[in-house]
Write a protein that binds this ligand. Structure first.
Ligand SMILES: [Zn+2]
Ligand SMILES: [Zn+2]
Length: 403
């Protein structure tokens, strides 16, 4: 291991108690999307103490922060962007940790408290090590991820230019893997999501005389079940996409049929061609299946978020960095992307980069899924995330190979 990596490993060990304390403070005082006032104030205070210039405030709420550390060594002069999301969820925590949320109904149930603390720690480390690299690091403390929109506000604020960002990296907690494990993939990490609304209209009739009407509930349920054949019969078995309905509303009463029925759901996909296929076929199937049952069907599809498409070269950088970190037991090649959405995708649309998964489950402990009431991050994951992120960043800034 080179000298710099040894210094980094030692400093990670030394600052970990502080970083864990920051995490606990953020966890105790979680803030919802676009309301991250105290969180951003704490980040600002820690950045100042770390010798970093005052960050720029981002977004309508002014709760996103963009800070910068310039390297003072000679070298290729690249710019790397590191992103952490800082917001919490409207969930009542029941994890039982001593630093549990003090705010009823608000909880860091997605691990963004750990992401934030890890990036604060990484900023402190890279600020100390600025004599060892050229170029600069931008730190994106992104507000409003859970409700989406924060990443777009960063992009609109021009954070990817002046200086131009050559690559971006981020991590996300994953309770499916243990502390000491880092999860990676080469293509997609999360899905694209389009919102779907299907309205089925028919003709009202008494249930005893269905032949006088058009049954919208029968048509709507046939549409729901038929659309499930898209994933199993029109998509290559090696690809991944879903049509899911989360809400049905409609009907009149026990004895009447034919009132309008509205189906609300979403399409989740990875590839652009799959998105196009699903848009076309959802419309065709809904209109034709509904039409075949004499109902009138209208379909509305509204894109919500694009997939996170990572770059092989940057993921390799994370793999290499992770293998050099003593506390990393294993680099896990994740068998499939997560089919949830993640707005970090908009940073990846502007620059190549990586998103990796940080194992947060206590070895041998229970599996507590993200967004659940008992979601749990083992503090021992914090130094692991910090060291991998900082090491991969140093590699990107110091590497002599052309990007
Ligand atoms: Zn989440
Ligand atoms: Zn999250």
């Amino acid at each position: 291991m080179d000298e710099l990596r040894k210094i980094l490993a030692r400093r990670v060990r030394e600052i970990t108690p502080d970083v864990v304390a920051w995490r606990h403070r953020i966890h105790e005082n979680p803030e919802l999307s676009f309301e991250e006032k105290d969180t951003s104030a704490l980040i600002e205070e820690v950045l100042r103490e770390s010798g970093i210039d005052a960050p720029r405030r981002i977004g309508r709420s002014g709760t996103g922060l963009c800070a910068q550390v310039k390297g003072t060594a000679e070298g290729p002069g690249r710019c790397v962007g590191l992103r952490a999301d800082i917001d919490a969820l409207p969930i009542q925590e029941q994890s039982g940790v001593p630093y549990a949320s003090k705010k009823p109904g608000v909880f860091h149930g997605c691990g963004h408290d750990s992401h934030t603390a890890i990036l604060m720690g990484t900023a402190r480390l890279l600020s100390e090590l600025r004599g060892h690299f050229s170029g600069c690091v931008k730190f994106f403390f992104q507000h409003g991820e859970e409700r989406l929109g924060g990443a777009s506000e960063f992009i609109e604020a021009g954070v990817m230019e002046n200086p131009h960002v050559d690559g971006v990296m981020a991590l996300h907690a994953l309770p499916d893997i243990e502390v000491g494990e880092i999860g990676v993939r080469d293509d997609f990490m999360t899905a694209g999501v389009d919102l779907l609304k299907i309205t089925v209209e028919g003709k009202q009739a008494h249930g005893g005389y269905p032949h006088y009407g058009v049954d919208t509930i029968l048509a709507a349920s046939t549409i729901v079940t038929t659309l499930q054949t898209l994933g199993s019969r029109e998509l290559a078995p090696t690809d991944c996409a879903l049509v899911t309905f989360g809400r049905i509303e409609g009907g009149i009463s026990n004895s009447y049929i034919g009132g309008p029925v509205v189906l609300e759901g979403c399409i989740r996909y990875l590839r652009k061609t799959t998105q196009e296929l699903f848009h076309r076929r959802v419309r065709e199937i809904a209109e034709q299946v509904g039409g075949g049952l004499r109902a009138t069907v209208s379909v509305e599809i509204e894109p919500e978020i694009i997939p996170t498409a990572v770059d092989r070269q940057w993921v390799d950088r994370v793999r290499r960095a992770a293998r050099g970190v003593e506390s990393v037991k294993r680099v896990v090649e994740l068998p499939s992307p997560a089919m949830g959405g993640e707005d970090y995708a908009y940073f990846l649309e502007k620059a190549p980069g990586a998103l990796f998964r940080l194992g947060v489950r206590t070895p041998g402990g229970p599996h507590c899924p993200t967004h659940s009431i008992n979601f749990y991050v083992d503090d021992r994951a914090i130094p692991v995330g910090m060291e991998v992120l900082a090491a991969a960043t140093l590699d990107a800034l110091r590497s002599e190979e052309r990007e």
